[in-house]
Write a protein that binds this ligand. Sequence first.
Ligand code: ARG
Length: 457
Amino acid sequence: MKLWGGRYDVDTDALMHKLNASIRFDQRLWREDVQGSRAWAQGLHRAGLLTDEELAALLEGLAQIEAEWEAGTFALHPDDEDIHTAHERRLHELVGAVAGKLHTGRSRNDQVATDVRLYVRRQLDQLDAEIRTVQAALLAQAEQHIDLLMPGYTHLQQAQPIRYSHWVLSFFWMLQRDRERLRDARSRVNVLPLGSGALAGHSLGVDRTFLAEQLGFEAVSPNSLDAVSDRDFIVEVLAAAALLGVHLSRLAEDLIIYATREFGFVRLDPRYTTGSSLMPQKANPDALELARGKSGRLIGNLTTLLVVLKGLPSTYNKDLQEDKEPLFDTLDTLHDLLPVMAGVIETMQPQPERMRAALDDAMLATDLADYLVRQGVPFRQAHHLVGRAVAEAEARGVPLRALPREVYARIHPALDADLSVVFDVERAVDAKQAIGSTGRDAVQVQIENARRALQAT
Ligand code: ARG
């Protein structure tokens, strides 16, 4: 019999049951559903609605259900619609009629909202630790290769020389903001909906502050209508996760390019590449391609939920059951992806000779302009003059540093000088000492700050 079957004299259509049932995916909420039920039973007891014996029986039954899940022996029944009905059915089998008292004043609407919040709260803590592991791998690369220089790009065209560490750390800070966003979302996740009933609250005197304490929630939802239908806490998590996915995808894209034979800036560990069934020479960067590809589903999951929510009338509607699959998929995807990304980063080997060989003199054109600026030439004019030197060098097929001095002298008298200091890549990079720049000292400060950010809880 369905737990809501009182007014019905026919069975649900079998295909309708299949469509309606969420047990297939919400059974993973078993732990939180037991947790919530335990708190509610205690709340009912304190309100005088359960005797000591009844409370003891319910708690014993719930403990048994928990033990069955832990042992992998909890048996689902074909009629179980969702995790809440499955538990109520099993509780009946275990403790008899008193099981019917547990749902007093409670609705699956406030129950499911409570379960999902408890679940997301736990998941966020795991996610934070996983992102940290990726950050730690990035930081280790930055520390180990502090003196390594490489070309920096804009428009994927060589722009200015930078430190490899500086490039690596740029992703550290993106992930740091992702962690901050998830942590910020956590404070809005950590609010108790239980006690909101189906939509209007309850009249049975169960103390919601007590429930919040029992379940470790920081606040009690202020409006029952909102509490049973609010899924913005999930939207926030999916949005932060989608953005995290975008950051991982961008890192993956850089690395895919840098790992090509043409660039050869990094070598990926064979544990994270795969071969081709046809071409024996291949080592494909599949881990990174999947990081790039999976960002698509993370974005899709956010979009799915936003579209489900838009246009819903107040308050609970069954559409809301569609919140779970995108949420679970996003969390599962990240739990799979983040440790692999950490592994890819930990084991990748930058290739100094290839980076060095790619450092073309043209990337020092800006430094040459800066040199003129220090000689009193307005920057706009300096830019123009150096542009002429670049064109001249290109026409002659030589690097900038190899243009004869008289050519430079003809372009501007201030260039009639020993320009070798300008064409010193190390010096050019290390001169960038403003906060957040690529100079050695500035990157060292960045590394210190990154260490501190990782240590902070
Ligand atoms: N499985 C449902 C969900 O995930 C539980 C809530 C059902 N509530 C209801 N009034 N039918 O949303």
